[in-house]
Design a binder for this molecule. Structure first.
Ligand code: OGA
Ligand code: NI
Length: 629
């Protein structure tokens, strides 16, 4: 028996939790941290200690094991607010078990070293059962002096350890090579089984034949067993292997080694994710073979925008993907956006806390008190879309402007101070930090949109967004029976401005109208849904679509929080067509939800917006805006 340690584990998901349980059963004290409250609750019932931040966890343990999903999460765990690096004393070593790019591993190690913390590059494999039994495999790279004290711990975690030497990042490379093979194997297996089904063979029988024959592989047996039982509960969610295949094929590209099979497997995984199965088990790749996509336009693409926010990647590739998405549906998901996941999670949970306040507390910040700035809370059913009440309540927010701001002094509607609830002071700071981060992201995406149109990156800044109008809402779609006149969480509409950046929780319900059908835009962890608004359709002469969307009534049993952020032209900006694109415009008012045409609109963005807002809050408009300011 080894001396009991105090072990911190950040990320107690599919692999992190069984690792924690294994080490707990061996007599160690386990401290955990996860961004999901339900995971933390489960750990607590298992007798583990839950820490409020990675910093507090690091201070209370000897070693921190990080088992989160990707490099962005590691960044926030290690170096975000209250991250591991800000701990005073405590853990001397961080063990990185996630699958990430070798360069990222090396960079994290270097930055940790500056805080006097050593790093073990230690990606893992083998699935939850082996993690629980302590029999998973682990690839290990670290200087011998770092590893020394932790050898007994490593033995308890992983029966199969592979020493890759002293160079941090080499274990990460080995893991990516393995996952390239695991991913291609899995896709090949799904392809073969789908063929068997199409040939009229009994898939279960075929599964047994393969396992006893030359087609067998570990991942085929593990994943297809569950897929054939229609069990897609995620042990390893599809978006994770998608990420790994992306990392492996990029790494291959860096060293100019072709990986055509890996590229094909990645494309198949991307399709699986795009079709809304990102959070299902990666065995769901079989579903994409069984039921071919209805049409290429039937799903919303996921675009990695890292290159737009100053991270590695190809700007041309991002611009091309944005352009294709805007011409097709006007909707796309973004990942790789660099916005701190912990900040988003914090805002989501503070928002839940706000909506849980008693009605009179919420009424203390009601919109009627927000004046011309148009801020504050409106109650369930208080907003009309297409003339019907929506089944949501919300808090209207926007850029925080002091009373002496020239725009406020000039009496511009929609500009001014926010109304924040006195009992939740943290909400104010969190909203302001979020507005900051999203405004930066909005500028970056506008650069991408400009590039996608063949314009200079700064085109939109020159034409109305240098000082954008920033509006923001926090919505709660309660899972509560609606009155009979209510049909939707939000009825069909388009957004008014240039670009909407929406964060949604994991409940779902957003739907998008394509030329052929309504399609779902289901939650994709860590992403934002972006859609273009009427002004971008107007400026591009209809080349980019301001696509109608709606939100289904929430019947999930849980309240749905969504956070739409609107990045719009300056209120006074005159809306003009991009010169070359005016020719596209035609009057499509007959087909639009509001029977008006954006293309015939002339004037400033403020004119357009006020016309729209009057329709969704008729009473308030009269009270607030129709009286001289
Ligand atoms: C909106 C909107 C969708 C959502 O606020 O314009 O479409 O999911 N919201 O809340
Ligand atoms: Ni909308």
């Amino acid at each position: 028996m080894n001396a009991p340690l105090r072990i911190g584990i950040v990320g107690i998901g599919a692999m992190g939790l069984p690792i924690a349980r294994n080490l707990h059963s061996r007599g160690h004290t386990i401290l955990v941290r996860d961004i999901r409250a339900d995971a933390e609750r489960e750990a607590r019932t298992l007798g583990m200690q839950v820490c409020e931040s990675p910093c507090l966890l690091a201070q209370a343990c000897d070693i921190v094991i990080v088992v989160v999903v990707d490099a962005a999460q590691i960044e926030s765990v290690l170096f975000g607010d209250a991250g591991v690096a800000s701990a005073h004393a405590g853990a001397t070593t961080v063990m990185l078990c996630s699958t990430i790019a070798p360069n990222d591993t090396a960079a994290f190690a270097q930055r940790l070293a500056a805080h006097g913390i050593a790093t073990i590059d230690a990606p893992i494999s083998g699935g939850p059962n082996r993690a629980l039994a302590g029999t998973m495999s682990m690839m290990v790279a670290a200087p011998a002096a770092t590893l020394g004290p932790w050898q007994p711990l490593l033995e308890q975690m992983a029966a199969k350890r592979f020493d890759l030497g002293e160079k941090i990042g080499d274990a990460a490379k080995a893991k990516l090579v393995n996952n390239l093979l695991a991913g291609t194997n899995l896709v090949a297996g799904a392809e073969a089984l789908a063929l068997a089904e199409k040939l009229g063979l009994d898939a279960q029988r075929m599964f047994e034949i393969v396992n006893a024959s030359s087609g067998a592989s570990w991942i085929f047996e593990d994943r297809m067993r569950r897929a054939l039982a229609d069990d897609f509960e995620p042990r390893a969610a599809a978006h994770i292997l998608t990420k790994d295949l992306g990392l492996a094929t990029s790494l291959a590209a860096e060293v100019r080694q072709p990986t055509p099979l890996g590229d094909a497997a990645l494309a198949r995984f991307r399709e699986t994710v795009d079709r809304g199965w990102a959070a299902l088990d990666d065995a769901a790749v079989l579903k994409s073979y069984r039921k071919p996509a209805a049409a290429a336009s039937a799903h919303v693409p996921i675009i990695d925008v890292a290159a737009l926010v100053g991270r590695p990647g190809s700007l041309d590739a991002v611009a091309q993907q944005i352009g294709a998405a805007c011409r097709a549906h006007g909707f796309f998901y973004i990942v790789g956006h660099g916005v701190d996941e912990a900040l988003c999670q914090r805002l989501e949970s503070l928002s839940r806390a706000f909506f849980a306040l008693p009605v009179e507390r919420k009424a203390a910040v009601r919109m009627a008190l927000g004046g011309r700035a148009w801020r504050g809370w409106f109650e369930l059913g208080g907003e009309l879309t297409s003339g019907r009440p929506d089944w949501k309540e919300g808090l209207y927010l926007g850029a925080e402007l002091p009373d002496d701001d020239p725009r406020v002094r000039a009496g511009w509607p929609l500009h001014g101070r926010n109304l924040f609830p006195a009992e939740l002071p943290a909400l104010r700071d969190c909203v302001l930090a979020y507005l900051d981060a999203l405004t930066r992201l909005g500028h970056a995406l506008m650069r991408g949109l400009a590039l996608s149109l063949g314009l200079d990156a700064g085109y939109f800044a020159e034409h109305g967004t240098r000082d954008p109008l920033v509006l923001f809402r926090i919505f709660n779609y309660p899972s509560r029976p609606a009155t009979p006149d209510v049909r939707w969480g939000v009825g069909e509409h388009t957004d008014y401005g240039l670009l909407t950046i929406l964060r949604q929780d994991d409940v779902g319900g957003l739907e998008i109208k394509t030329t052929s059908d309504w399609v779902a835009a289901p939650p994709v962890p860590g992403s934002f849904v972006c859609n273009i608004g009427d002004m971008l359709e107007r400026m591009t002469g209809g080349l980019y679509k301001s696509t109608p969307h709606r939100v289904a009534l929430n019947i999930s049993g849980r309240d749905r929080i969504s956070l739409p952020f609107f990045f719009d032209p300056n209120f006074a900006a005159r809306i003009e067509s991009v010169p070359r694109l005016a020719a596209h415009a035609d009057d499509d008012s007959a087909n639009r939800w509001d029977h008006t045409s954006v293309h015939t609109f002339e004037g400033s963005y403020g004119d357009y917006l006020l016309g729209k807002i009057g329709k969704v809050f008729p009473d308030l408009k009269q009270q607030v805006l129709d009286t001289p300011g």
